[in-house]
Design a protein around this ligand. Structure first.
Ligand SMILES: [Zn+2]
Ligand SMILES: [Zn+2]
Length: 283
């Protein structure tokens, strides 16, 4: 398969969640979740992402963030107000400098901005949607993210009680419902195996897990360690962690052909995980 074909945009729906994107190791990575109006990473800022108001940028490697200034500039060009890129605090000053340079070069001001997202914090995008960030394990400071749907559920001890009881409890000023987060989609960004000890449970419970897996061949085990990327064997060794309905292996290397990647996944992952795993590759 030609490099151009590997870098073609892929569109799929997993566990009811539409996902579009490009993800090739070292070349470009972005994922658009159109129903959630957000994207993880922005690659070279394709047109599709310009109107997406919330970008969660995992780290500063240019295969994930090259398009940041262009995205800000294009939003201005199309008169789109606001727009936020949230990323690791360590990278924010440099990104702000970079944006200031582009603003000076273009003699304009961008309305879109870059904001620090501390690992371990969450942001509410809508009443029913939040995104949490945690520290990944990469060669530069990097975040991983989990997007969850927020629902209000009846307090467990009130379940099964007649409606009058619940009305009375509410009338007494008691909270009759609690907030429940249902993890929809998790994104690892680029990471080594250190992520598995740091990830919250929601990462492994999300319906769809977009999981970096740059390498699948035996000869690449050392390379994956040195460059802080995941190898399929490191995922196989932890197969029991993944409760996700679908595990999508992303950021796959161009050094291995799609056919060999599919074969390696089938061979190296235990069947119960392999059955729920799909490589993010063109057909
Ligand atoms: Zn990368
Ligand atoms: Zn990277």
């Amino acid at each position: 398969m030609s490099p151009e074909a590997r870098e073609r945009r892929i569109e799929a729906t997993w566990a009811g969640l539409p996902v579009r994107g490009v993800s090739v190791a070292g070349r470009e990575t972005w994922f658009h979740l159109p129903t959630l109006h957000l994207a993880f990473d922005l690659g070279r800022a394709p047109t599709e992402l310009v109107s997406v108001p919330n970008i969660f940028l995992s780290h500063a490697h240019l295969d994930h963030g090259a398009g940041l200034a262009y995205w800000c500039s294009q939003r201005r060009f199309l008169r789109l107000a606001g727009g936020v890129v949230r990323t690791h605090p360590a990278g924010v000053p440099a990104w702000m400098n970079l944006l200031a340079l582009h603003e000076a070069l273009e003699a304009v001001r961008y309305d879109a901005r870059v904001e620090a997202m501390e690992p371990g914090t969450r942001v509410n995008l809508r009443r029913d949607l939040e995104v949490e960030a945690f520290e990944a394990d990469h060669r530069v400071p990097a975040l991983a993210f989990v997007a969850s749907e927020i629902r209000n559920r009846l307090r467990p001890d009130l379940a099964g009680h007649p409606p009058e009881d619940i009305r009375d409890a509410a009338a007494r000023g008691e909270a009759v419902s609690g907030r429940v987060a249902i993890p929809l989609v998790a994104y690892s960004g680029d990471t080594g195996a250190g992520i598995f000890a740091r990830a919250p449970r929601s990462f492994f419970a999300a319906k769809v897990l977009l999981l970096e897996c740059s390498f699948v061949e035996e000869r690449d085990r050392e390379r994956s360690k040195a460059w802080k990327h995941l190898h399929v064997d490191e995922i196989a060794e932890r197969a029991d962690l993944f409760e996700n309905e679908v595990v999508v292996l992303t950021h796959l290397t161009q050094r291995t052909s799609p056919g060999d990647i599919r074969k390696a996944i089938a061979r190296r992952l235990p069947p119960r995980l392999a059955a729920r795993t799909v490589p993010f590759l063109p057909e």
